[in-house]
Design a protein around this ligand. Sequence first.
Ligand code: SF4
Ligand code: SF4
Length: 441
Amino acid sequence: MKTFKTGGIHPPESKFTENLPIENMPVPAELAIPMNQHLGKPAKSLVKVGSEVKKGELIGAADGFISANVHASTSGKVKGVKPLPHPSGQYAMTVLLTADGKDEWAEGLNTEPVNWRGLSKEEVIGRVKNAGIVGMGGAGFPTNVKLSPPPDKKIDTVILNGAECEPFLTADHRLMLESSDEVIEGLEIIASLFGERAKAYIGVESNKQDAIDALSRKASPKGIEVISLKTKYPQGAEKQLINAITGRTIEEGELPFDKGCLVQNIGTAVAVYEAVCKNKPLVDRIVTVSGLEIGKPKNIRAVIGTRFSDISAFCGEPKTGTNQVISGGPMMGKALFTLDVPVTKTTSGILFINNSGIENARERTCIRCGKCVEVCPQGLAPWLLANVAQLRDFDEIQLLGLANCTECGSCTYVCPSKRELVHWIKYAKALVNNRQQRKSA
Ligand code: SF4
Ligand code: SF4
């Protein structure tokens, strides 16, 4: 079984929802649709209080090269446009939409599927851009930009990331099982942009054998290879996935296209299929609602802008022991300070946790055990990065490979001294970025 060469950990999988089919969550009475759901500049709001919109109508226009369109996820009336809490932990400009209950699509959207093979490369990328598609695995990078690498970078390998290596999360797993045709067609569309020589793969962790079987049956006649990957965290990180499947290593300062590779998420592939073949903007996504403290764990299809509080009610409310709610997975997700935040294009999961049983997490002194070094998939020395971050020596820390850290959290997970290693690394990255921005300003 294939896997990446360096490091990795095996946290408990806790995939409690893997056998639960996706449920469509009804559209709530009010949606909060942020203009900032992607990497780059937030979209510019195009609506004002009182505007009436149909489902799929453009309500936020991409503002610049790295930005993405935002669409109304149901039909209704705009109640407000103002800064509101966002799952990132900050406030973001948000369109508050009162649903009219009709969920009526704007004309010409979400049509019967058409054959994409007659479309030019520019038309395909144009449809992806118009639909506001971004990487749905968490990064939120605008997909049309990722599909347009510089002309001197020749892509010969397109990989769909079906690893879903974070504990608890099963949204991609269910999508691979329930929408395998759309996953494969989305991948075919993406791979077609890079010519006939581009080889297409779907990498799936071995703990999802049913998905490997379902995809393999349909993929092999189309020349797509489904690769069974060892179940090991962070198998789904872009650099680790590329290394596992192709043996190529993305060095510091390089991007996947420097090594001829392009990686897309499973949900993104389905969104590409829907945008190109059905003219459907990205207005909904699959979310895993799990953790031991939610009444009824589920995989749901929720429209963008659905508040976590509405999802919590739909899933039987949290038990009284819940003391932490996480947006995303437990390794890389963010702890929330309120449930009054909406599902965005990158919300893969919502976890309701009781962490009071976890060993006292007070940081202690490093005992130089080397475990963090052993597990780091990027071959870094996390203990040293954290020490230098605490000393605020931001010149030294860059020489230690700060930019190469993918913030996977494996080092923090294994540290017997409970050192907040990834916290200190993120802190250093934020300050280094600020300093660079100030310099260039
Ligand atoms: S968070 Fe960074 S330093 Fe820690 S294990 Fe992951 S890549 Fe290595
Ligand atoms: S795992 Fe923790 S205690 Fe061990 S070397 Fe790394 S920072 Fe130090």
